[in-house]
Design a protein around this ligand. Structure first.
Ligand code: GLA
Length: 394
């Protein structure tokens, strides 16, 4: 975070809450981009996300009473609560994200006093770069640090996911929170979601850069469609477990190899369910292949895997949309592009492309123009750097 920005935010904090800037602690949590392994986390497979340098900052100061003050530079609503009144309330809007986490931590072990908080974020809202997971992980980290409790980054990710699942009511997997908690500069995180074993893999892309394209398409129906996909996968596991011979102990769809799945797919009968399951099994294998290719420095083949992932999400899992497809198709026609795909849950949000540094400007111009002409929407592009996971800045 830039020093100038931190100083500005401290000024704002003092305006809001009084006192002076000396005792304000500053924390930062990134957003995330998923490089490959989409809709796999809740199927117990491998994902390969990375933390971004954009994210959310939190300025934090302890109080002597049990009052919580929450303000954000991005929203007009300011909220005041006490530690004994942390129930979800729709009217509390954005502040339900930190509140959910505070409430869980307070249930675990009473938090010793209230605090003043000011959030600032530069992840575009609703873009699928995990602004909500960023706020949740950030809040958990700050409070554990302030309370001198143990900081276990995997536990933080799990707690943030629990807040999202139970308090906010979105049945997301663990990928976003994990990448935000465990991310490392210039590394992507290979995470096995059935046991949370992980490896930070250097993302050595030489003269290629990751370019994120925001479709600025509102993600309508995204939550219900997400939950529906999850349900279809869980139903597929249940059918395979009870009806396919030898799979009595199957727990996760991603536990199946491609060969195993080909042998048993007919048991599912329902053609839609077969396609969903095929995506999961093949995408999971693609993640491992991609990481191998990256380790060998074979970016060209890595890029192809990204594109295959998009095609599978579009045709088999059906979570893409016209806007994402137009952006990906156009990206793939620009010289110097090795691969492109949607990233995150889908139905809008962002794409990610691997683009040669000499072609980035051209990429942004061509994809931006064509996207605007074909959809009437204005896309936004960020050349993204891979940053660190959640941390205290000062
Ligand atoms: C959202 C969820 C993640 C993951 C992705 C799809 O980002 O929060 O848990 O399921 O969608 O890969």
């Amino acid at each position: 975070m830039e020093v100038k920005l931190i100083e500005q935010l401290k000024g704002r904090f003092v305006e809001l809450y009084g006192g002076n800037a000396a005792d304000i602690a500053v924390y930062h949590a990134p957003g995330r981009v998923n490089l490959i392994g989409e809709h796999i986390d809740y199927n117990g497979g491998y994902v390969f996300p990375a933390a971004l340098t954009i994210g959310t900052a939190l300025l934090f100061r302890r109080r002597t009473d049990d009052v919580l003050n929450m303000a954000s530079e991005g929203f007009a609503l300011t909220v005041q609560k006490s530690l004994s009144d942390l129930n979800y309330q729709a009217a509390d809007d954005w502040s339900n994200f930190p509140k959910g986490v505070i409430s869980l931590l307070n249930d675990e072990q009473a938090i010793s006093s209230g605090f003043d908080m000011l959030f600032y974020g530069n992840i575009p809202n609703g873009s699928g770069l995990s602004s909500s997971a960023s706020i949740e992980v950030l809040t958990a980290y700050a409070i554990l640090d302030q309370e001198n409790r143990e900081i276990d980054r995997t536990q933080i990710a799990l707690l943030a996911q629990q807040a999202e699942n139970e308090y906010i009511g979105v049945k997301c997997g663990i990928m976003d929170q994990f990448a935000i908690a465990q991310g490392k500069k210039d590394h992507a995180v290979l995470l096995r979601c059935n046991d949370l074993n992980y490896d930070q893999v250097p993302f050595e892309s030489g003269s290629y850069q990751l370019v994120i394209g925001n479709t600025n398409k509102r993600r309508e129906l995204a939550h219900s469609a997400y939950n529906e996909r999850r349900g279809q996968c869980e139903a597929a596991v249940e059918i395979l477990r009870t009806e396919a011979s030898g799979l009595e102990n199957l727990k996760w769809l991603a536990d199946l190899s491609e060969a195993q799945y080909s042998e048993v797919s007919h048991v599912l009968e329902d053609e839609v369910m077969q396609r969903r399951a095929r995506h999961v099994v093949e995408e999971n294998a693609r993640v491992l292949r991609s990481v191998e290719l990256l380790r060998q420095g074979n970016l060209e083949e890595f890029g192809k895997m990204m594109t295959l992932s998009h095609e599978s999400l579009r045709d088999l899992y059906e979570v893409s949309c016209r806007e994402l497809d137009v952006m990906v198709d156009t990206a793939l026609q620009v010289p110097g592009v090795l691969g492109a795909r949607m990233t995150g849950a889908g139905f809008g949000g962002c794409t990610v492309s691997l683009v040669h540094e000499d072609h980035v400007e051209e990429f942004i111009r061509i994809v931006g123009d064509t996207y605007n002409r074909e959809t009437g929407l204005t896309g936004e592009f960020y050349v993204s750097k891979i940053g660190d996971g959640v941390r205290r800045v000062e």
